[in-house]
Design a protein around this ligand. Structure first.
Ligand code: FES
Length: 97
């Protein structure tokens, strides 16, 4: 097996509920959460309304748009917009409010 092969998905865990979903590298975190049966709030699905705003406990995401609707301070604090975020490794997220 080619050792440079990137895993097609990571694990996204919710805390403290411990719900867990497959977080596919090539689809938004919101889509993965919904596919995994998580009832995550959403509206615009394009990174502007902030309805889906969540909090990362650990792990890293990337954005495919330049401005994901978060301030640099919020990004630093681990805020995440799952509708436009793609996982780069296993994640832990706080449960949605
Ligand atoms: S659903 Fe609107 S910012 Fe994510």
């Amino acid at each position: 097996m080619d050792s440079s092969f990137a895993p097609p998905f990571f694990i996204a865990k919710l805390s403290p509920s411990e719900q867990q979903v497959d977080a596919w590298a090539d689809q938004s975190l919101l889509d993965s959460l919904e596919q995994g049966g998580v009832d995550w709030p959403s509206s615009c699905r394009n990174g502007t309304c902030r309805t889906c705003l969540g909090q990362l406990v650990s792990g890293k995401v990337r954005y495919e748009i330049d401005w994901p609707g978060l301030s640099p301070e919020e990004l630093e604090q681990g805020c995440v917009l799952p509708c436009v975020a793609y996982p780069e490794e296993d994640l832990v997220l706080e449960d949605p409010l």
